[in-house]
Design a protein around this ligand. Structure first.
Ligand code: SF4
Ligand code: F3S
Length: 106
């Protein structure tokens, strides 16, 4: 499966949601994750993200992000709607901020 990484935090553009054929995305307060049990590895979401937040599981060093995605996918709700609703107004300001998981994840 593909995984959402730290770059998504406080950006949450949700372009990924629109291209996923099987509704894998789950929505938290300031980022999305991919349900690891539903992703069919189609790869459509990776190039769709404006902040390169999505990577294939094969590039997920030690499976850290896969574990993170599945932990939250189990408790966050499904998101199916258009990206225009959920990107925060200051999303672009957060694109290049480092250490978002440690400092800015809710
Ligand atoms: Fe959805 Fe395909 Fe991305 Fe998996 S790789 S989350 S199936 S768009
Ligand atoms: Fe996040 Fe990129 Fe999707 S910023 S919400 S993974 S389009």
């Amino acid at each position: 499966p593909y995984v959402v990484t730290e770059e998504c935090i406080r950006c949450k553009y949700a372009e990924c949601v629109a291209v996923c054929p099987v509704d894998c995305f789950r929505e938290g307060a300031n980022m999305l994750v991919i349900d690891q049990t539903q992703c069919i590895d189609c790869g459509s979401c990776e190039p769709a993200c404006p902040n390169e937040a999505i990577i294939p599981g094969i590039d997920d060093d030690g499976g850290r992000w896969a574990a993170f995605n599945q932990t939250y996918a189990a408790v966050w709700p499904l998101i199916k709607i258009s990206h225009q609703r959920c990107a925060p107004a200051d999303a672009d300001d957060w694109k290049a901020v480092p250490d978002k998981l440690a400092k800015h994840f809710d």
